[in-house]
Design a protein around this ligand. Structure first.
Ligand code: NAD
Length: 252
């Protein structure tokens, strides 16, 4: 893709944004790669290095829990240092002017909130890795507490109910959060422009939202540097870098 293609993609996207009244962004790991957080499926992504630990395995095995927490703390410097990228900042600009009511995200990195979205306007389909919860009673734990316990005696259990403590994320095999699914459904069904950004659109049920929005009459834009299984139903497919594409929409 050359600079002329990028300019014409940005122009078409700008026209669609200008015409829309209610824009819903749906983001995946690709919006955060320029912030230093690797995605799953790009070459060198997390998937190629670590097989994910499924929920069943986490519950059943102390060794798996120790490994899950070891991996999480190995990523801590990366997550803690990450600041919103151009994509996050562009969406936050559209949110501030009232064009975007809320963002739906598969990401767990808290960067939409850091970019200026109110926490209740970020629908997190896969949870949030910047804090932890007991899988039994749901008690909240901050990561500093988990780290102290982990360093002393490995993956910690809840001080109330003794069930395992886990990052507040949704693992493979774990039930989706009902409230987030309902809110995402309402957003997808009630928008006139839906923009899928930086997702391979292969993780279900999250990947159902772009086609749901399209079925309900929204225009669909997909911004991803690799093809996705929903490109052929999109009104506009932009195979460009996300930061380069969305930078013109950042308002300071
Ligand atoms: P994915 O890794 O399956 O797909 C990311 C897509 O983004 C890829 O197709 C890649 O080509 C594209 N991409 C990466 N950088 C890009 C860039 N700069 N410009 C344009 N395209 C770019 O990610 P997914 O679809 O979100 O699914 C993976 C799951 O992994 C999610 O459920 C999410 O919970 C989790 N995850 C989250 C983070 C995070 O929070 N930042 C990081 C890794 C994985």
């Amino acid at each position: 893709m050359n600079a002329k293609d990028l300019r014409s993609d940005v122009q078409r996207l700008g026209e669609m944004i200008a015409r829309a009244n209610r824009i819903v962004p749906f983001t995946g790991a690709g919006i955060s790669t320029e912030c230093g957080i690797p995605d799953f499926r790009s070459p060198g992504g997390l998937w190629t290095r670590n097989r994910p630990i499924a929920y069943e395995e986490f519950i059943a095995s102390r060794t798996a829990r120790d490994e899950a927490w070891r991996r999480r703390f190995a990523m801590e410097a990366t997550f803690a240092a990450a600041t919103p990228g151009r994509g996050h900042r562009a969406l936050a600009s559209l949110y501030r002017v009232g064009k975007v009511p809320a963002a739906i995200t598969q990401n767990i990195d808290n960067l939409h909130q850091k970019s200026g979205f109110a926490p209740h306007h970020v629908v997190e389909l896969h949870g949030n890795t910047t804090y932890a919860r007991c899988i039994g009673c749901g008690r909240f734990y901050d990561l500093a507490w988990v780290k102290r316990r982990f360093d002393e005696s490995g993956a910690p259990d809840c001080i109330d109910c003794e069930e395992p403590v886990k990052t507040a994320t949704i693992s493979f095999g774990q039930a989706m959060p009902e409230d987030a699914m309902e809110r995402a459904t309402a957003l997808a069904q009630g928008c006139d422009l839906f923009i899928a950004i930086g997702s391979s659109l292969v993780v279900w049920p999250a990947a159902g939202f772009p086609m749901m929005a399209k079925d309900c009459g929204a225009r669909l834009v997909i911004i991803n540097r690799e093809p996705t299984p929903q490109d052929d139903i999109a009104d506009l497919v932009i195979r460009q870098d996300i930061g380069d594409t969305l930078a013109p929409f950042v308002e300071s």
